[in-house]
Write a protein that binds this ligand. Structure first.
Ligand code: CAA
Length: 380
């Protein structure tokens, strides 16, 4: 067991940290206020090779590992977690299923565009009536000659409206429930593809979250991803890795809040000395740092398991569960360290606290993570 990052991982971390601090930090609050994702940020990430970190060079990727990818999501989220989740959904939820289940043609056409950052990706599973019960989807896909016709609507789609490549799940045979669902690659220029309502959110406000509507949307049969009837498996396996991207986001949010709180505690003087020198605050910082480190280790472990091609579904669910919960605790404590100032929008910690909440909810609520973990335990 090696707890040291390699030189390559350290260099990547420094490169993404420099990018986040130099290019993202200044306007993160402004983007949050305006609820606006700046596509220029995505283009800059593409220039740095961040849009295709774990994909092989033959598909336009950087050819790095999953550990590199989670380090990048963590570093972006330390500064602006809206950017962190944009990259996470793009990579884990859109790129991964195409890399894993796509044909060579699909990979050359779609994965390459995603990896090179010419396209942005998104994943359409959740519907108004099916969130945790993902198998209960109502979106249907009917075969019509060489095409499928999709009808239905998906909600809470990260990167909705900005993305042009969507991995979409629909029922090709509703009677068969999860065994009758199929994954498709849908592009935003296909007839009948529509972007619906944009959500106004508590946190990650500059990341786009929209409804996506399919109205007689005509998708060529060659865009079926994997086999017909195996869509639920594609969706679940995608989430196994996606959840570790969210764990990385949560670690980054928590570490960002801890960094701000530590700096502030050293500067803020009360009762004649910095508040960091008062045990009530010093111990709080110690607890926060310990939680961040434990969450980071779980997250890196899940990534390394995937890199070693070992089972990682349970580890990823544990990482997401723990990191999401501690992100909420640590950011709440960071606001507490700042006192009244922390409650204002003059300081970034309130944004971190709002951003942390979603990590306990999306890509499977933390209650669903407990279900997934307990299923593994009971099966073992
Ligand atoms: N890998 C491979 N196969 C899997 C699997 C996995 N991780 N999990 C389940 N399966 C298979 C099972 O083996 C089973 O296969 P068989 O029928 O062949 O035996 C089949 O799928 C059904 O499994 P379950 O009976 O366990 O399925 P279920 O209906 O009880 O659901 C669940 C299980 C874990 C609750 C699942 O529905 C789930 O993960 N729900 C949460 C969904 C979720 O995370 N949604 C978030 C969407 S993404 C998002 O948030 C938006 C965004 O843009 C970020």
């Amino acid at each position: 067991m090696d707890f040291q990052l390699s030189e390559e991982h350290k260099m990547l971390r420094q490169m993404v940290r420099d990018f986040a601090e130099n290019e993202l930090a200044e306007k993160a609050g402004e983007r949050d206020e305006e609820e606006h994702f700046d596509m220029e940020v995505f283009h800059k990430m593409a220039e740095l090779g961040l849009t295709g970190i774990p994909w092989p060079e033959e598909y336009g990727g950087a050819g790095f590992d999953y550990l590199s990818y989670v380090i990048a999501v963590e570093e972006l989220s330390r500064v602006d977690s809206s950017v962190g989740v944009t990259l996470s959904a793009h990579t884990s939820l859109a790129g991964w299923p195409i890399y894993k289940f796509g044909t060579e043609e699909q990979k050359q056409k779609y994965l390459r565009a995603l990896a090179e950052g010419r396209s942005m990706g998104a994943y359409c599973l959740t519907e108004p009536g099916s969130g945790s019960d993902a198998a209960g989807m109502k979106t249907v896909a009917k075969r019509d000659g060489d095409d499928y016709i999709l009808n239905g609507s998906k909600i809470f789609i990260t990167n909705g409206g900005l993305a042009d490549i969507y991995v979409v799940f629909a029922a090709t045979n509703q009677e068969l429930k999860h065994k009758g669902q199929t994954a498709f690659i849908v592009t935003s220029d296909m007839l009948g593809f529509k972007v619906g309502k944009k959500e106004k959110k508590l946190g990650i406000r500059s990341s786009a979250t929209t409804e996506i509507i399919f109205e007689d949307c005509r998708v060529p049969a060659e865009n079926v991803l994997g086999k017909e009837g195996e869509g639920f498996k594609v969706a679940m396996m995608t989430l196994d890795g996606g959840r570790n991207g969210i764990a990385a986001q949560a670690v980054g949010i928590a570490d960002g809040a801890l960094t701000h709180a530590t700096a502030y505690a050293k500067e803020r003087v009360q009762f004649g000395k910095p508040i960091a020198a008062q045990q009530g605050i010093a111990f709080k910082l110690a607890d926060m740092a310990t939680k961040v480190e434990a969450a980071r280790l779980l997250t890196y472990q899940a990534a390394v398991l995937e890199d070693k091609k070992l089972p990682y579904g349970k580890a990823s669910a544990m990482a997401k569960l723990f990191a999401g919960d501690i992100a909420m605790e640590v950011t709440t404590d960071a606001v507490q360290v700042f006192g009244g100032y922390g409650y204002t929008r003059e300081y970034p910690v309130e944004r971190f606290m709002r951003d942390a909440k979603i990590t306990q909810i999306y890509e499977g609520t933390n209650e669903i993570q407990r279900l997934v973990i307990s299923n593994y335990l009971l099966k073992d």
